[in-house]
Write a protein that binds this ligand. Sequence first.
Ligand SMILES: CC(C)(COP(=O)(O)OP(=O)(O)OC[C@H]1O[C@@H](n2cnc3c(N)ncnc32)[C@H](O)[C@@H]1OP(=O)(O)O)[C@@H](O)C(=O)NCCC(=O)NCCS
Length: 123
Amino acid sequence: MLNRYKKTYEKIAMGLLSFMPDEKDLKVLQQTIQKYDTEQDWELYLYKLDADYIGLIGVERFDTELIVRHISVDPSHRGEGIGTTMVQELAEQNPTCRVSACQLTKPFIEKCLHTKEEADIHV
Ligand SMILES: CC(C)(COP(=O)(O)OP(=O)(O)OC[C@H]1O[C@@H](n2cnc3c(N)ncnc32)[C@H](O)[C@@H]1OP(=O)(O)O)[C@@H](O)C(=O)NCCC(=O)NCCS
């Protein structure tokens, strides 16, 4: 289940974000989390399984589009469908928005939504 990020979960969120290839540097990581903290149209969600937060998805919101900027799953839970579930839940919770990808998230989002046409990829 997706939960909206709160500052209380900053360390967990930073840990999950750090699995993104472009978030290895601590300063970059801090800037990214700050962006989700302060910019209204940047939204971060954590995926909770039982008692643990094991996934993260971050989007930039437009009127009719959600661009997935970040997506990551704890390595010990990869290949269990969590990434796909997060994208599907996001789409279900936002029926009036297209879910699309940025350059960084495109390979997985494209795979998730099956075809490039369906994904309506934003690059
Ligand atoms: C990408 C990621 C979120 C997928 O999460 P997940 O929960 O393992 O995904 P799912 O179990 O729903 O789907 C697994 C499928 O996605 C594929 N996949 C994994 N990473 C992928 C990637 N970067 N690009 C395209 N496909 C990918 C797997 O090969 C698997 O394919 P299969 O079903 O044909 O075997 C996870 O691998 C991750 O956190 N990676 C590090 C962060 C990252 O690189 N994010 C950007 C991805 S573009």
